[in-house]
Design a binder for this molecule. Structure first.
Ligand code: 13P
Length: 253
């Protein structure tokens, strides 16, 4: 059985007060939840410490949205794996398309971040996904294969249990236009085959692959019912406690 994981990526949203408002409301919404999905909340750096405190007595897990691959040093504005660990972070998102697009996170940088996070005992949510031009050009699988191979090269099968892959087609992020369940399933199955080719079928079969891109309470259940869709990485709809709770709950149906 693969782990189901629903994660909230708040991106550059919510200060400390808004974070605590969310956590109180979300815990309330989830009071009667008896499903098995793991829930991860990834606030901005400045709210991690407060969120860690608020989540301490809850089953929900704390994640960060980025890290630097060096341990420390003259890297103004950056945050290291060790620092994330020290505030109680368990997961870190790496390779989000917004980082790749706006902040120079190339395949090479993504690979370094993945390795640093894993060697620091952080779990990784590795994001991959094609642009609209790439999908229209028929190179979706080529792009996914390149991103997966670049990010995971040099890892061993024993690293894989600490890794989650999130398939996030760029054209579906923040657009309101989600991938169809079949498009998501096809991409997830391809990612799983690619990982099987690198690390073996057993490892690939237990890899959690999340879908991300305009996941909402209205479409979550159908997307999550696909055999290779093991969770969701949610942006906009994770900013409100009630809609995020609905998405988590629909993963158990
Ligand atoms: P939206 O859910 O807002 O489309 O964002 C998806 C995403 O980028 C999550 O990482």
């Amino acid at each position: 059985m693969r782990k189901k994981i629903i994660a909230a990526n708040w991106k550059m949203n919510k200060d400390i007060n808004e974070t605590s408002e969310f956590v109180y409301a979300f815990r309330d919404e989830m009071k009667s939840y008896d499903g098995t999905a793991e829930v991860i909340i990834c606030p901005p750096f400045i709210a991690l410490d407060a969120a860690a405190e608020l989540l301490r007595e809850s089953p929900f897990i704390l994640g960060a949205q980025n890290l630097h691959y060096e341990n420390d040093g003259a890297f103004t504005g950056e945050v290291s794996a060790r620092m994330l660990k020290s505030v109680g972070v368990s997961y870190v998102i790496v390779g989000h398309s917004e980082r790749r697009q706006f902040f120079g996170d190339t395949d090479e940088v993504v690979a370094k971040k993945v390795k640093k996070a894993l060697s620091s005992d952080l779990n990784v949510i590795l994001c991959v996904g094609e642009s609209l031009a790439e999908r229209d050009g028929g190179v979706t699988e080529k792009v996914l294969e390149r991103q997966i191979k670049a990010a995971l090269e040099g890892l061993t099968p024993k690293d894989l249990p600490s890794l989650v892959v999130a398939y996030e087609p760029i054209w579906a992020i923040g657009t309101g236009r989600n991938a169809t369940p079949q498009q998501a399933e096809d991409a997830h199955a391809f990612i799983r085959r690619t990982v099987a080719g690198m690390f073996g079928k057993e490892v690939a079969d237990s890899l959690t692959i999340q879908y991300g891109g305009s996941v909402k309470p209205e479409n979550a259940a159908e997307l999550l019912s696909q055999p290779d869709v093991d969770g969701a990485l949610v942006g906009g709809a994770s900013l409100k406690a009630d809609s995020f709770a609905k998405i988590v709950k629909s993963s158990s149906r």
